[in-house]
Design a protein around this ligand. Structure first.
Ligand code: NAD
Length: 508
């Protein structure tokens, strides 16, 4: 890993605050990042003080005055070059993501691929930031709308997608003409440093003004500074629902804008008409991939009573074949949780399941031994529960899968929707009527609803996000870019008269 760090110019003691050209002192607390893979320290990163923060915001404000005047396709060309740089660094950055966060190497590479994909998407979009034209009721008048940049976009990201979520936001924000201040998760600061280095090189080669790409390493405090700051018109925050409620209140109090991407509690309905082979792969990958630490991880299986017993038997057998261990070894299916706090939360949830009446079909537990010395490796487990249990209503960020039975599809959809979160959902069925009922207005209430695909693994072309306590934000594809811009309606009078709207007479 030392070679990888060196290739990004990251030292053992490193400032984590940058204006895109200069690295500031980093006068805040030092954040030590250690790997959940083997418990070893990766680097000590100096986080931002309030003075650093104010310097970064001032630089970003100045940069915006210049950057907003660059033609959008020219900004797109810079983003295209970032995509090229990411292609070159895919292997190193993917390995670093895997090592610092603990996801499998394949998923580390996949995360970087997602960054490359959003760059490509943003390049095309840089020529398509179009508004509508309307017919005016007044003669000799024309109406249209256009989209302008907003200013500073703050980006708060979570540990589980340490770099992709930043890229979803920043690539769109940049082609829209905004400048960005990124506050990465304090659990994964080193991957953020690597991204900053990659972008800085591209920006330097293109004379992009200092302040367009800022990095603000820090903990909750730094996130709170962004949330409270009226100089930050848009804050995109990804993380827990607890964090989202705090950010939403602070940004709302100053009538700023926020994009909230919060927790999920995602279910797959497995119908009596399902292809059970496909369902098995979808369920197991959804539940144990990234050790259950995706916002779209499958937390609940709602299984038709006619196929329940046979599906559970296959599921239990599949869990028996899972290999848990170092995620950099491609033979393993499941890596570690992010840290020991996450292990504790996993253990407490298992305890709560038992107390509330659940029974374990596959037992959990913390793994011990030399290869698990970080103390972060746990066994994926399965519990038979009722949807109404308090613990089932919560998102535990770990590989705990809840299973339950249903009789009618209406009942299954009700169970699927009957949780506070509304991110991702899926139905496994070969029956057209069932699939359409699930997707209809009275069907799934989630931001993502899939048929014959599991709950995790979204593509960047669609808008990504969820309803209810997931926060309501949308990022990435489709028209998600509109959240990063302000809309302006323009009416132009090319006649020789000044008629008023609604036929109002006002003669002098
Ligand atoms: P977290 O809420 O602990 O932290 C996320 C980020 O918010 C960190 O950068 C943290 O420093 C910052 N933060 C925490 N409290 C804050 C506050 N009061 N004000 C401002 N910033 C604050 O989440 P985590 O443990 O890093 O990530 C896991 C959570 O993220 C899960 O709930 C998961 O579902 C969610 N998530 C959601 C999506 C999505 O797109 N919906 C994507 C990834 C992760």
């Amino acid at each position: 890993m030392e070679e990888t760090l060196k290739s990004f110019g990251i030292t053992a003691q490193q400032s984590g605050v940058s204006t895109g050209k200069h690295w500031l002192a980093g006068g805040g607390p030092v954040i030590t990042s250690s790997s959940p893979v083997d418990g070893k320290v990766i680097a000590a990163v100096k986080s931002a003080s309030k003075e650093d923060y104010d310097a970064v915001v001032a630089t970003a404000q100045e940069a915006f005055k210049i950057w907003r005047q660059w033609p959008a396709p020219r900004r797109g060309e810079v983003v295209r070059q970032i995509g090229e740089a990411l292609r070159k660094h895919k292997h190193d950055l993917g390995r670093l993501v895997s090592y610092e966060m603990g996801k499998s190497l394949q998923e580390g590479f996949g995360e970087v691929q997602e960054m490359i994909d959003i760059c490509d998407f943003a390049v095309g979009l840089s020529r398509q930031l179009h508004g509508l034209t309307m017919h005016s009721e007044r003669p000799g008048h024309r109406m249209y709308e256009q989209w302008h940049p907003l200013g500073i976009t703050g980006i708060i990201s979570a540990f589980n997608f340490p770099v992709a979520v930043w890229s979803w936001n920043s690539m769109l924000a940049w082609i829209c003409g905004n400048v960005c201040i990124w506050k990465p998760s304090e659990k994964t600061p080193v991957t953020a440093l690597a991204c900053q280095r990659i972008v800085e090189a591209v920006f330097a080669a293109n004379d992009v003004p200092e302040g367009v790409c800022c990095l603000l390493t820090g903990g909750r405090d730094a996130g709170e500074w962004l949330a409270a700051d009226h100089r930050v018109p848009l804050l995109s925050a990804t993380g827990s629902t607890r964090m989202g409620k705090a950010v939403s209140a602070a940004v709302g109090a100053r009538l700023g804008r926020s994009i909230l991407e919060l927790g999920g509690n995602n279910a797959i309905i497995i119908s009596e008409h399902a292809d059970l082979d496909m369902s098995l792969i979808g369920a197991v990958f959804g539940a144990v991939g990234t050790a259950g630490q995706r916002c779209t991880s499958t937390r609940r299986l709602i299984i038709h009573e006619k196929v329940y017993d046979q599906f559970i038997a296959r599921l239990v057998k599949a869990y028996g074949q899972l290999r848990i261990g170092n995620p950099l070894d491609e033979n393993n299916h499941v890596g570690p949780l992010i840290d020991r706090d996450a292990v504790l939360a996993y253990q407490q949830s298992i305890e709560a399941v038992r107390k509330q009446g659940g029974t374990f079909l596959v037992e959990g537990g913390v793994l011990e031994g030399p290869e698990y010395s970080s103390g972060c490796y746990v066994k994926p487990c399965i519990a038979a529960v009722e949807n109404i249990y308090d613990i089932v209503q919560h998102e535990t960020f770990a590989p705990i899968l809840y299973v339950m039975k249903y009789q009618t599809l209406t009942e299954a959809i009700h169970m699927q929707n009957d949780v506070p979160q509304g991110l991702s959902s899926a139905i496994m069925t070969l029956n057209l009527r069932e699939a359409e009922q699930f997707l209809a207005a009275a069907g799934s209430d989630c931001g993502i609803a899939n048929v014959n695909i599991g709950t995790s693994g979204a593509e960047i072309g669609g808008a990504f996000g969820g309803e209810k306590e997931t926060g309501g934000g949308r990022e990435s594809g489709s028209d998600a870019w509109k959240a990063y811009m302000r809309r302006q309606t323009n009416t132009i009078n090319y006649s020789t008269k000044l008629p008023l709207a609604q036929g109002i007479k006002f003669d002098l």
